[in-house]
Design a protein around this ligand. Structure first.
Ligand code: ZN
Length: 742
């Protein structure tokens, strides 16, 4: 024990001098930041032995009244209580109520009254021309036809059960409802509603969060009954759907699930074409052509038709209906599934939609399936809209159209295809890996954007895509305004959520894959997470734990910094010292030319911050190790050999300062005087010793002309000017200015 004490003294004494700023524990475990593991969720990040989740099956009959723009429906929900708890009430989501005047917070955000404001903005801000919105609930009964008592709180409805629903039991609710479908152009952000085309007096109906849906009840939230305020999207249970949609007979309906009665809603020609498309893998086939769609636009029948769809194991159901739709389809072969990729668009989307949409769906299906698990559903649909992109199981509504002459800029086309890939990608996150969007927007948007960007990289390499440098300006922003990624969805600012919930997590995952963990291990861990949590409800801690568990990489420092703080990366290459070993015979000769200083035997050296290499190397005098330094060891190093190995070598000691707060690996690019380059990488763990400043020594055969930190912009470093040596002109001037101030 006595020697152990001596060891402590020896090890500790240099450290006491080194750190002048407080230790922040950047490498400490994040256990106190995330939910503790339990029987439902294991410490390894997998579902635990007692994991459970509820289930809800839906039978729905819905009807669009084109004259009044009212959607009405009758639905029967069968709700399975798989929880260990007795339930005396359940919560139902009434999302359409968000569109009632006074409930929609979203339209007014970032739209302050100005001395000059467009009428459209003023209408969105004040809703001075009011319009009806929100549900009329006509009746709610239980399985015995007995009326159930309810209370509605804005977008949530509590059903008080006539008998307690015990663990393992199921209950049935029959709900009859209707609501006025809203005009999508009336809101800044509208995920659904109708889009009116004045030229031919038709609408395209995009129906989503259209029927009363079960709220999630789970082990972390109890009832997830946080109000819908538009930014935080949905938390939903899985179930089977049996949906009958009655629309004008000349409408074409695209929906989640398999069409069950094609013989009564499609023409013989359409059915024949569809059968052919199911076996066509190389390009999309037209099921409804432009000419046929234009003819359809003017038919305006008063008859109706009912389309029947079935969907298994989905968390939601959406559909689109219009007599304007063109329709194309092609088959996509995945390892374990053949999917029918389809697009529906009005003629206003031509020609870019016909040429690109279904192919983009195919690319997304292939890349995402490879990165996670095969797309499990029979169809995958992209429907054209005027703006935004919005995802639902098997179907997404995607903005982007050419101008009146059919022309589209390259930028707009990239935006459109990027949207399609992104929204199709949401089938994985959160439609199957079903995280709670209302709470953690980044969990689905971040993971989805990461794979969406990978799809662009692999299949559309010429397109703009997200790389770490893209997020640097945002991360160096005002810390009084910035929020960490781990901020709940509705608490983020409207002008910030795109970068904070989409781009920053994407860049974080790119850094883990490309720089910190490595592609092979990271991809395996990402796949592991997706497979562990498919058709389940993961939390952030389940993702964090799986990434560590599947890679044997301690990522607590990264998760703590990147997800829980607003720190940024700014490394400064603050000093470089160049040394050579002093050798009697060789160095003396050119003493007058290059030998500026000689290191004295007691080991001090000059502390001046160099600006460049013009002072030449400092010389280290390597002395014979005194016997006492070997302690009780009787063996001796071959000291001559050590000195011989160092002979003529260039020794560089670099000092890197952490200016931004985030600890990261240090990537150093050496450019030698002969123009060749070499890269060294220090793991983030070097910052364990000192979170503010590190020194590291390198030996190079060749003489170095230039040093660059993060040369390939992998680390989202917010200031690249201070990453270079010799110091850039502005950086040198800044240093001179600083020293004058002292
Ligand atoms: Zn998204």
């Amino acid at each position: 024990m006595r020697n152990y004490f001596v060891l402590i003294i020896i090890v500790l004494s240099p450290l006491l001098n080194a750190q002048t700023q407080p230790w922040q524990g950047k490498f400490e475990p994040i256990d106190n930041l995330i939910a503790p593991a339990n029987n439902y969720r294991t410490a390894s990040g997998a579902p635990g032995k007692d994991y459970w989740q509820q289930r809800a099956n839906y039978k729905i009959k819905a009807n669009i009244n084109e004259k009044t723009n009212v959607l009405s429906g009758e639905e029967v929900i069968t709700y399975f209580n798989n929880s260990p708890d007795n339930l005396s009430y359940v919560w139902i989501q009434l999302e359409q109520n968000v569109n009632k005047k006074g409930n929609e917070d979203f339209g007014s955000i970032n739209n302050p009254v100005k001395d000059s404001i467009t009428t459209q903005n003023m209408q969105r801000l004040t809703r001075v021309v009011d319009f009806p919105a929100g549900y009329t609930i006509k009746s709610i009964t239980d399985g015995n036809g007995k009326t159930l008592n309810t209370i509605i709180n804005n977008t949530m409805m509590k059903i008080k059960l006539n008998t307690v629903l015990k663990p393992g039991e199921s209950a049935t609710f029959s709900i009859s409802w209707s609501y006025p479908i809203t005009d999508r152009s009336m809101y800044r952000l509208s995920r659904e509603g109708y889009e009116y085309f004045p030229e031919d007096d038709n609408s395209s109906y995009l129906m989503a969060h259209w029927f009363p849906r079960m709220a999630v009840y789970n082990d972390t939230e109890g009832w997830q009954n946080q109000q819908f305020q538009k930014l935080g999207e949905f938390a939903l249970e899985f179930g089977d759907y049996d949906v009958e949609i009655t629309v004008p007979a000349d409408h074409i309906v695209a929906a989640t699930g398999m069409l069950e009665n094609s013989e009564s809603v499609l023409t013989k020609t359409q059915r024949k074409r569809l059968e052919k498309a199911k076996k066509t893998f190389d390009n999309p086939m037209m099921i409804i052509t432009k000419e046929e769609a234009i003819e359809n636009e003017s038919s305006k029948t008063t008859k109706q038709k009912t389309w029947k769809f079935k969907a298994k194991n989905v968390r939601d159901f959406a559909f689109a209906s219009s007599r304007k739709f063109l329709w194309d389809a092609q088959a996509v072969k995945l390892e374990s599934n053949t999917v029918l990729a389809m697009s529906f668009y009005p003629k206003e989307g031509l020609p870019v939609w016909k040429d690109n949409s279904t192919i983009a769906v195919k690319h997304a299906l292939e890349v995402y399936s490879e990165a996670t698990f095969d797309y499990p559903y029979p169809v995958c649909i992209s429907v054209n809209t005027s703006n935004i992109g919005m995802e639902f199981p098997m179907i997404s509504f995607n903005g982007g159209r050419p101008d009146k002459n059919g022309n589209i800029s390259e930028r707009a086309k990239q935006g459109m295809l990027s949207t399609i890939i992104h929204e199709v990608g949401h089938n994985w996150f959160p439609m199957i890996v079903s995280s709670d969007e209302r709470k953690w927007m980044w969990m689905d948007e971040g993971l989805n954007t990461f794979l969406h960007q990978r799809t662009l990289e692999e299949r559309y390499p010429d397109f703009n895509h997200v790389t770490p440098k893209v997020i640097a300006p945002f991360m160096s922003g005002d810390k009084n305004i910035l929020r960490p990624i781990m901020t709940t969805s509705d608490n983020e600012l409207f002008n910030q959520f795109g970068r904070n919930f989409y781009v920053k997590p994407t860049v974080g995952l790119q850094m883990l894959r490309n720089t910190i963990i490595g592609k092979e291990l990271f991809d395996e861990a990402f796949k592991e997470y997706a497979n562990r949590w498919k058709y389940k409800h993961p939390n952030p801690s389940d993702l964090f734990r799986t990434l560590e568990d599947a890679t044997a990489t301690d990522l607590d420092w990264f998760i703590r910094g990147w997800f829980f703080t607003t720190d940024h990366v700014d490394m400064e290459l603050s000093n470089v010292k160049w040394f050579k070993v002093f050798e009697e015979n060789t160095n003396i000769e050119d003493k007058n030319k290059t030998l500026k200083t000689k290191i004295t035997a007691n080991g001090t050296n000059s502390n001046a911050e160099a600006q460049n290499f013009s002072n030449g190397p400092e010389y280290i005098n390597m002395i014979e190790t005194p016997d006492k330094d070997y302690g009780q060891f009787l063996s001796r190093l071959n000291e001559k050999e050590v000195r011989k190995q160092l002979s003529g070598k260039n020794i560089y000691e670099i000092t890197v300062k952490n200016r931004g707060g985030l600890v990261m690996p240090v990537i150093i690019e050496w450019t030698f005087t002969d123009g060749s380059k070499e890269i060294d990488k220090l793991p983030a763990e070097v910052w364990r010793r000192n979170e503010y400043e590190i020194q590291h020594t390198f030996i190079k055969d060749k003489q170095v002309a230039k040093i660059n930190l993060d040369p390939n912009l992998e680390l989202a470093d917010t200031d690249m000017q201070n990453n270079v040596f010799p110091k850039s002109k502005t950086q040198s001037e800044f240093n001179t200015f600083k020293s004058k101030q002292k």
